[in-house]
Design a protein around this ligand. Structure first.
Ligand SMILES: CC(C)(COP(=O)(O)OP(=O)(O)OC[C@H]1O[C@@H](n2cnc3c(N)ncnc32)[C@H](O)[C@@H]1OP(=O)(O)O)[C@@H](O)C(=O)NCCC(=O)NCCS
Length: 198
């Protein structure tokens, strides 16, 4: 019981602690859910920047040389996971359903021998770290006015063109042009929207 209360208190304070330490910068009118959590373990002083009128939820983790930039009017829901080792930019007028997953790195090495070395090592030691050699990463850019559907994924190196919709449960491992509706796994463009943005 006590453990659960302490855990909740710790979670709630991770955002304030990050802001106070200068690792996170927020614009005007930024809000976040009670359970929203940041884990800013990277090397930079500033690791998370959030523009005006945005709402945060879920969990954002930054490691290595990573920086996450979130624009103005960006709205996240429960179950969001953002994991950054290099750079993730989510530009203005973004919204997402629950359970979205955005990462700019593979989290673990792909080589079988490196993974064997990892599983044989105690969890949390060097072979488990995203910064371990062999963990591929590449910047992610989500251009303005994108909607990510429930349980959709954007993986390393992907640019989602402005105005697009990532359909529910889609997995994007490759970039898509502006105004796409992209669905499936691997994500494919299934429709192109008209550009009626103001
Ligand atoms: C599979 C994975 C490790 C990438 O491995 P990789 O060797 O770096 O793969 P690449 O990015 O070079 O992609 C190789 C091909 O697979 C496709 N691909 C990669 N990941 C994919 C995925 N998750 N679903 C569908 N296709 C995928 C790519 O589009 C590419 O195909 P193409 O060349 O025809 O376009 C990564 O995409 C992934 O899914 N990681 C799991 C992340 C995760 O679950 N983390 C949670 C914490 S452990």
């Amino acid at each position: 019981m006590m453990r659960r209360i302490l855990k909740k208190l710790f979670r709630r304070s991770s955002v304030r602690t990050a802001i106070r330490a200068g690792r996170m910068q927020v614009g005007r009118n930024v809000s976040w859910d009670r359970d929203f959590q940041v884990k800013l373990d990277g090397d930079r002083d500033l690791q998370l920047v959030v523009g005006d009128n945005s709402h945060l939820s879920g969990r954002i983790v930054v490691r290595g040389d990573g920086i996450v930039r979130i624009g103005n009017n960006c709205h996240f829901h429960e179950g969001t996971y953002i994991g950054c080792l290099e750079s993730i930019s989510i530009l203005d007028d973004f919204f997402a359903a629950e359970g979205i997953f955005v990462v700019d790195n593979n989290n673990h090495p792909t080589s079988p021998s490196a993974r064997q070395q990892m599983t044989k090592s105690p969890m949390g030691t060097a072979p488990w770290l995203w910064t371990t050699p062999g963990v591929a990463s590449a910047p992610v850019v989500i251009e303005p006015c994108v909607w990510m559907g429930r349980n959709s994924y954007v993986l390393k190196g992907v640019t989602v063109g402005g105005g697009s919709i990532v359909a529910a449960a889609a997995v994007l491992a490759r970039s898509v042009p502006p105004l796409s509706i992209v669905a499936g796994n691997p994500g494919k463009v299934v429709k192109t929207l008209e550009d009626d943005r103001v």
